[in-house]
Design a protein around this ligand. Sequence first.
Ligand code: ADE
Length: 423
Amino acid sequence: MATSTPTARNFDIKDPSLAAAGNRRIEWAAREMPVLGQIRDTFSRTRPFEGVRLLGCAHITTETANLALTLQAGGANAVLCASNPLSTQDDVAAALVEAGIPVFAIKGEDDETYHRHIHLAIAHKPQLLIDDGADVVTILHKEYPELLPDLLGATEETTTGVIRERAMEAAGVLRFPVIAVNDADTKHFFDNRYGTGQSTIDGILRATNMLLAGRTVVVAGYGWCGKGIATRIRGMGSQVIVTEIDPIRALEAAMDGFMVETMERAAPKADLVVTATGNINVVDRHHFEALKDGAMLANSGHFNSEINLKALAEMSGEGRRTLRPFVEEYTFGDKSLIVLGEGRLINLAAAEGHPASVMDMSFANQALAAEYIVQQGRTLENRVYRVPEEIDRKIAELKLAAMKIAIDVLSPEQVHYLHSWEG
Ligand code: ADE
């Protein structure tokens, strides 16, 4: 694992000389992000964030770079840190630093460095926060109460983060407004489902080069991400078993044509298990006992807690080796299990995360939600809000226009019909 020593510089990245390569890849992603591109043009004229100190805690990817440059074009004084130790693209971090956006992130950083980077970014004293997983939101509340009054608000990218922030709201401890970008229709319908579906397969294949056809794959969780993963893996010719704890989602999975079983019954059949539940220890000690020799385990949820790696390490003792990047073998008794990407989100650890075309909508939501927070001044309450519906619909319309897809418009007669009850 990469470690780094504390630095007096106002950024901490792997290698500034990677900037040119990063710039070319950022430009490549921008071609697939026309909605964010339009917002960037507008922001350069309207400058909604003039002088606002902004902290983005996100996966440092080409797509995030386009978001950061959009916010900078809108006048934001932005800094970035990573939302996961394995998801940083070091060339992108270098390009952003060159563009005047300090970044604290190095791919493969250890947990201590990851947390130190968050604290270095917080030293920027943010007024606006873009979070992915709520690490900065929780650290600010626990360790920096003196900074909370400065916060106009935060936006949250992911399901896990929104769950944590709603728990803070319910406990009465949330001290600034949060906009749940994840809950926008133009975010989770597409990013969580098609983005995670495709990029999870991408990560698994880049790590292993395995053939998915003919394999039995267990997908844990049938939320938006699990639905996408299960559907796309079925499309690769695998037999897919879904595990769930929610009766309605389980029923939905069954009627979508998947086998639905408990993890206990599914584990012995699995060639590959993919977790996407947002919970802890979904694959636990007794499941490791039940899994077949050579079975593989990957996670696509936000935190590396879905596979109980502590228990697996205890069971394996010295029987552990790296077979190739992102592929670790754990041996106990007469069998070995393969863990991909250290149990961290495999799509960002071993691949590049969701494609730019889908992040276009997620990050358009981020940009417009951040603008909305600033526009509202301090009138929002300390609650978790949905993205305003007008923003969600506008993003859908802009994306359709960019895709050159036209849709019908209700005739006056149809409008009248929809508003009448007499028939
Ligand atoms: N989350 C999932 N995919 C991502 C990407 N490509 N960039 C930033 N965050 C992501």
